[in-house]
Write a protein that binds this ligand. Structure first.
Ligand SMILES: [Zn+2]
Length: 263
């Protein structure tokens, strides 16, 4: 039997974005639904992207070590970024100036790890609105019944433009006021989209951000791999934003999880 950390072994193995694990006594499939954080990823217009720099190199670190040290030194990069790069959770404070208490470090876990559903509205034209009727139809088609405490992910198709940054940040639809309010009436605690924003870029009234501000519900942007989740409901999501004190949002690792059928 081989084990991680075995002398002369192969290390942790290759990164995979989807795999099966044992979790809490169950056989569970996990799919990463977060994006990379890179210097080449698309950035929302006006936001700052990410920059990395070598802060300490292995060679520099070695200069502190005794000559006979077998340790080859350590490397550390510095980084700067907007709180809204890549897959990220928006805090209430991001869109509600009256609630500086509801920052990203204060989001309850009950709103980050939840039962979830997803639906497809990719036929809605970019720079137009996703209406309440269109959203209800998408949920009907997916045979999804939203329940309080759930997260809803909706697929606009914009995520397929990730490799074309200028199009990715401009060509997507957003929820109108009625659709936004109706979704929150169903009791969802988080709303995720594959697009760079939940709001139609041609609508500067920001109906979705405004509605979430009034109703004090978070949302999550640039969610990845939504259409790879093989069922529209009966799965869970887990978002892990960093605990940035006072944060308007944070990039997040995120997973979709579902129990493997014992067929
Ligand atoms: Zn944001």
């Amino acid at each position: 039997m081989t084990y991680a950390g075995e002398p002369g072994g192969t290390g942790p193995g290759e990164y995979r974005d989807e795999l099966e694990i044992d979790l809490l006594g169950r056989r569970v499939r996990i799919l990463e639904i977060s994006r990379e954080v890179s210097t080449t990823m698309p950035i929302y217009p006006g936001h700052v992207g990410v920059a990395y720099w070598p802060h300490v190199t292995h060679e520099q670190a070695r200069q502190r070590l005794p000559d006979d040290s077998g340790f080859k030194g350590y490397a550390v990069r510095g980084m700067v970024a907007s709180e809204h790069v890549s897959t990220h959770v928006d805090s209430i404070w991001h869109f509600n100036p009256d609630r500086p208490d509801l920052t990203i470090d204060r989001v309850p876990w009950e709103h980050l790890i939840t039962p979830a559903a997803w639906c497809d509205v990719s036929d809605v034209a970019p720079r137009t609105h996703i209406t309440r009727d269109r959203m209800r139809r998408a949920l009907d088609e997916a045979e999804v019944e939203l329940r309080p405490g759930m997260t809803l992910l909706y697929h606009t198709g914009a995520g397929e433009l990730w490799a074309e940054p200028l199009r990715f940040v401009a060509e997507y639809p957003g929820l109108d006021r009625e659709a936004s309010a109706w979704l929150l009436d169903q009791g969802i605690v988080n709303l995720g989209t594959d697009a760079v924003s939940t709001d139609n870029p041609a609508d500067l009234y920001y109906p979705n951000h405004r509605t979430h501000a009034e109703r004090l519900v978070i949302h999550t942007e640039m969610v990845n791999n939504i259409t790879r989740i093989p069922r529209h409901s009966e799965f869970w999501v887990a978002f892990f934003p960093l605990r940035l004190v006072g944060g308007t949002g944070s990039p997040a690792r995120a997973l979709a999880l579902w129990e493997v059928d014992d067929a």
